[in-house]
Design a protein around this ligand. Structure first.
Ligand code: PA5
Length: 426
């Protein structure tokens, strides 16, 4: 089983709900819904361009051989899927399987970029610039700065072998630059938007470069596709979407994505973009938030237990941890923890989860539970695909286009005015 789900503490669905849910799935998968020209990600696990896939593996190998660091330059959907996968799969401390993966262009922070420059000064690095449009301000600005660092450190030929561009197949500033300079390019397919793109070259190149088995990641997504695009009652992605919409109708308009493993928190960041940008339009949508338990129970636990009753939780748990330890026994038992002696720490985490669930449900916070057997490439590929289908169905049920983001333009126009960009002054 790829994913175990428990919706029993989220309310009940009826026949009509299921009819609506399966109809929404059909609309999404058959490409008849809003924004259907951006549903290429649904078939992507089965329809990969094999030549590009091989080039990704070769480029990843080159990056591993020549670099201590791979710098991924991108923002939003052009970096969050990669970071979600890599943070989930790489060890907490160091990465023996490949270069360190660092990010740029995801912030305008001058301190961040300045410190990154110092950090990279004595390291060999490669750069993967990722931008579908090729014109997004944050990554374009960061790359302009980084390109200068590279010129100070490397010859033109070295820069050519260390620069990888992932962008539109034929248009945009990045594509023009790559063609001029002879940089290797990878394609962001026309029919896949940023937040649905982690299985395209956007994610696969840096993920493979980090030493992750991208075949397993794709296999997980393929198996998830077989399960979650099937129009049958009991389809867990549809069930999840139905519960979210039902909970929203009941006034639960904030969803807390909760993970009990710190390394899964970036999935929460990706999840927030996926659902927030897909559903938050036309005055609709659930506000997605993310929390790490038990850590955040010591900061947000009070609000969850007794604050406004507009919350529900979607909890992600990993059945088999990567590592475990046994609680030692002490003679003195000064901390009073001998009652746990001999227990595994993972068992403690799991029991904490059960206790928290009971307390929060009793406090009026419905709970959706998701469990993967392991945090490995196969299960993470499956999990993210599950969320993408669920999000497409959920947005379709809500009646909005899951694949556009018209509201994002407003901040850009306003920011361009402040910056004095030609064509945007008052
Ligand atoms: O989901 C999206 O479409 C956005 O988050 C984009 O990925 C983000 O704005 C970056 O765009 P681009 O890849 O064109 O630089």
């Amino acid at each position: 089983m790829q994913l175990i789900t428990d919706f029993s503490r989220a309310g009940n669905l009826n026949e009509t709900d299921w009819e609506n849910g399966l109809h929404a799935l059909e609309t999404l998968v058959s490409g008849q819904g809003k924004g259907s020209e951006f549903t290429g990600w649904i078939r992507l696990p089965f329809s990969y361009d094999t030549q590009e896939y091989e080039r990704i593996k070769q480029a990843a190998q080159t990056i591993r051989e020549q670099s201590e660091v791979l710098l991924c330059v991108g923002i939003g959907g052009s970096y969050l899927g990669t970071k979600a996968v890599l943070d989930s799969l790489l060890p907490y401390f160091g990465n023996p399987a490949g270069p360190e993966i660092l990010y740029a262009g995801q912030t305008l922070s001058s301190s961040y970029l300045r410190e990154l420059k110092d950090y990279l000064a004595d390291k060999d690095y490669s750069v993967n610039v990722i931008s579908k449009s090729g014109t997004t301000t944050e990554p374009a600005l960061a790359y302009r700065v980084i390109a200068e660092w590279m010129q100070e450190k490397y010859t033109e030929e070295e820069i050519r072998t260390r620069t990888f561009i992932t962008t539109d197949k034929e248009k945009g500033a990045l594509k023009t630059l790559a063609d001029e300079k002879g940089y290797e390019t990878f394609v962001v397919p026309d029919d896949i938007g940023g937040r649905y793109s982690f299985l395209s070259a956007v994610g696969l190149l840096p993920i493979a470069a980090a030493g992750v088995d991208i075949d397993a990641l794709l296999r997980g997504a393929q198996d998830a596709s077989a399960l979650y695009t099937t129009k049958e009652e009991g389809n867990a992605a549809v069930e999840y979407a139905l519960h979210r919409n039902r909970l929203l109708q009941e006034g639960k308009d904030i969803e807390l994505f909760v993970a009990y493993e710190p390394n899964l928190m970036t999935i929460g960041e990706w999840f927030k973009q996926l659902f927030g940008e897909s559903e938050g339009k036309e005055g609709k949508g659930i506000f997605p938030a993310s929390l790490q338990f038990t850590t955040d129970l010591h900061s947000m636990g009070q609000m969850i237990q007794e604050g406004q009753r507009n919350l529900f939780e979607t909890v992600l748990f990993v059945e088999e941890p990567v590592g475990d330890l046994t609680v030692p026994k002490t003679e003195e038992d000064l901390d009073g923890l001998n009652y746990l002696a001999g227990a595994s720490l993972h068992e403690v985490n799991e029991k904490a989860r059960r206790g928290v669930l009971k307390a929060h449900v009793a406090g009026g916070v419905p709970n959706i539970f998701l469990q993967i057997a392991k945090a490995d490439a196969y299960h993470i590929g499956a999990l993210l695909y599950f969320f993408m289908i669920a999000c497409g169905v959920s947005a379709t049920l809500l009646g909005v286009n899951p694949f556009n983001q018209p509201g994002v333009e407003a901040y850009k126009v306003s920011m361009f005015r402040e910056l004095g960009k030609p064509g945007f002054t008052e």
